[in-house]
Design a protein around this ligand. Structure first.
Ligand SMILES: [Zn+2]
Length: 158
């Protein structure tokens, strides 16, 4: 299977880690997962490598049913996941986003860095909110986000 899921209980919630590719395998893996979750879940996307259209359909179907069981959160959304959230509001549904990965680049030394933006720390609450500057770990220059902020954070409007 290209898609693997792992469930752990954490503070009364189910921490569901997704790994690999959300593709046609999701049509098998996600209905099984639906049978295993019982309440509020935290979906961790850190290990997701790729997402295709079959996977998106399966995920949306899964989430619609999963939302009948509880209220859920997204953590460690990769840039791929963020772009799905931006294009397809149903990909996120009513889930609260706790953290996303954003690509940054240093204009001075070209160093690239992936930075985790977390709710309550450095993730904007609304579109247009200032994001704390990220210093280049190599040369200390303030780095720029690789994506346009108004596009990358478009889902904040929803
Ligand atoms: Zn630099």
């Amino acid at each position: 299977m290209d898609l693997r899921v792992n469930i752990e209980t954490q503070g009364g919630k189910e921490l569901v880690s997704l790994e690999g590719r959300i593709n046609e395998d999701a049509e098998v893996v996600l209905p099984e997962l639906l049978g295993k979750i019982t309440g509020n879940c935290i979906f961790n996307f850190k290990g997701v490598e790729a997402i295709n259209s079959c996977g998106i359909r399966a995920w949306i179907h899964f989430l619609r049913e999963a939302e009948k069981k509880g209220s859920h959160e997204f953590v460690a959304c990769t840039p791929d996941v963020v772009s799905q959230m931006n294009m397809i509001p149903n990909f996120r549904g009513a889930c609260k986003v706790q953290s996303v990965y954003a690509g940054y680049m240093c204009g001075s030394c070209n160093h690239r860095e992936t930075v985790l933006l977390e709710a309550g720390v450095n993730l904007p609450k609304a579109l247009g909110d200032p994001i704390p500057p990220v210093a280049c770990p190599k040369c200390k220059t303030t780095m720029e986000m690789e994506e346009l902020e108004e596009e990358f954070f478009g889902w904040l409007e929803g």
